[in-house]
Design a protein around this ligand. Structure first.
Ligand code: SF4
Length: 426
């Protein structure tokens, strides 16, 4: 038994209320279960009960054993003085509030239908990516669609919150925020921290002063990244070193150089090396005078994809790393990479704009972009497809990845519409 299950049972009142009485014999009627509280304090607030005919309003606290009340130090905590009912699975000790009065106790153990408990335990006992897969088809489509919409919004809002924090740290400057947010996504997961650090070390305003010169933008980025070799006979390397030395002095960047060890090359295909991605990032920065303005003006995912699919400078079309000529032409930023940038960077940025400026049209646009892109294909999305879920667009795949990662994998089945439908009384 655990408090998640008890909370579920209490919230939906999945227990017998026939001849309901507290452990001290008072007649009990639940008028309102209250609102679930996810912060500190009692589990449900604004509940209402009738106890021996007298109405009480206040909080409800749930515990597996009534002695947990003391174990959790509630007798001395003023936040628990307003508890009107203690709901437990097992009553092993009467409990008192801070003012020494007894807290009425309701024991659920024998009142919960056996089927509810056994279906829950069955679900929790399965060790699969999607534990309910055997019963998933039995659940109505509406429950699944409701869940899909909900988890997608949760995913987007979680990312929008990260953008809000970045925006606050940049004094609410949208251009600088878009530069840092998009910049970190050029790290394509493995190099995300390094790209973020780099974009925080080289301010956008410095880059913008050199917009007319791609070699100077490359010098600023590669120089600060710490990736330029110190003793190379390569003329491009020597030119970058010279440019960077001049610009670093001019903008006081000498003390801000990163260590080459911060960049990851292992387990990456050469086309995804951070050197190649940095060269592509430099081109995008040169082409777009205002990234934020460009992103917010794009209507379709196809327009965005065109914007992201940049061709790096000549040198980086022939090299994956400094000083080592490639056997064949180095690919430009491809369709798949551009789609990842749209999904992971551009879409959440639009959601953040929608939330922070209270302009829902940007949320609609973000959703539209997801619907215009193909679904991501991986083991998780394939598992959902086998269960009959539609996995056509990035809207579908993003929602399903969130659903599996944040609910199924963490066994939060009771908070999922499918799990709630599976466990509830027949
Ligand atoms: S979270 Fe929902 S879909 Fe996932 S395993 Fe649990 S009940 Fe099934």
């Amino acid at each position: 038994m655990n408090e998640d299950f008890m909370s579920f049972v209490w919230r939906y009142q999945y227990f017998s209320s026939v001849s309901l009485r507290s452990e001290t014999g008072e007649t009990l009627q639940i008028l309102r279960t209250g609102h679930r509280n996810t912060d500190a304090g009692p589990d449900f607030s604004e509940a209402r009960i009738l106890l021996d005919g007298m109405e009480w309003a206040g909080s409800v606290e749930l515990h597996v054993k009534s002695s947990d009340w003391e174990g959790h130090h509630h007798p001395t905590d003023p936040a628990y003085e307003g508890v009107i009912l203690h709901v437990v699975w097992e009553d092993d000790r009467p409990v008192r509030r801070r003012d020494n009065t007894f807290v009425p106790t309701l024991v659920l153990n024998s009142r919960v239908p056996e089927g509810v408990r056994s279906r829950y335990e069955q679900l929790m006992g399965k060790d699969k990516a999607i534990p309910c897969s055997a019963q998933f088809q039995d659940i109505a489509r509406l429950s699944k669609i409701t869940m899909l919409d909900r988890v997608l919004l949760e995913r987007l809002d979680t990312r929008a919150e990260r953008i809000r924090q970045l925006w606050e740290s940049n004094n609410r400057d949208w251009e600088e925020t878009a530069y840092q947010w998009l910049g970190q996504h050029f790290g394509f997961r493995l190099n995300t921290p390094a790209f973020l650090r780099l974009s925080q070390l080289v301010p956008l305003k410095t880059i913008q002063k050199h917009r007319t010169s791609l070699p100077q933008i490359e010098a600023l980025l590669f120089g600060t990244s710490g990736l330029i070799p110190t003793d190379s006979p390569d003329s491009y390397v020597q030119h970058l070193q010279k440019e960077y030395a001049f610009l670093a002095r001019k903008y006081g960047l000498e003390d801000r150089q990163m260590g080459g060890h911060e960049w990851k090359f292992l387990r990456l295909r050469p086309a995804g090396f951070p050197t190649v991605r940095l060269a592509q990032w430099a081109v995008l920065l040169q082409q777009q005078s205002g990234l934020f303005a460009s992103l917010t003006s794009m209507e379709s995912a196809a327009d965005l994809s065109r914007m992201f699919r940049v061709t790096q400078s000549d040198y980086w079309q022939k090299h994956y790393q400094f000083g080592k000529e490639a056997a064949a032409k180095v690919p430009t930023l491809g369709k798949d990479a551009a789609e990842l940038l749209i999904i992971n960077a551009a879409v959440p940025l639009m959601v953040a704009v929608a939330r922070l400026r209270d302009q829902p049209q940007y949320l609609d646009r973000a959703i539209r972009w997801l619907e215009q892109l193909p679904a991501e294909k991986n083991q998780i999305t394939r598992s959902w497809a086998q269960l009959g879920m539609r996995v056509h667009t990035a809207f579908d795949s993003q929602a399903l990845l969130e659903w599996q990662g944040r609910y199924c994998a963490q066994k939060r089945c009771l908070e999922c519409t499918v799990g709630a439908a599976l466990v509830r009384p027949a």
